[in-house]
Design a protein around this ligand. Structure first.
Ligand code: FES
Length: 83
């Protein structure tokens, strides 16, 4: 199971965490990844200036935005599930 944590700390929240979570949820459903990916909300990941911070397994993604959320998901989550 691949754990994907989206920071919902105040800095990341202001940059669109909840919109990103909604888009990730839609991607998981559209790609039927429910058995492979667990999506979680996380408190501050300590990278506020790089937010919205997202952790995929042990890797951090930075500068995730509602606009690039689908692309980031495809490149970092979908690809990871195929390995
Ligand atoms: S609030 Fe998101 S990394 Fe600090």
């Amino acid at each position: 199971m691949l754990e994907v944590s989206v920071c919902v700390g105040s800095s990341c929240h202001l940059k669109g965490s909840y919109e990103i979570i909604k888009r990730f949820e839609a991607m998981i459903e559209a790609q039927s990844l429910e058995e492979w990916v667990v999506l979680k909300a996380a408190f501050c990941l300590g990278r506020c200036t790089d937010g919205v911070s997202v952790k995929v397994g042990e890797h951090f993604l930075e500068h995730v935005t509602p606009t690039n959320a689908e692309d980031m998901f495809l490149r970092h989550v979908t690809e990871e599930c195929k390995k």
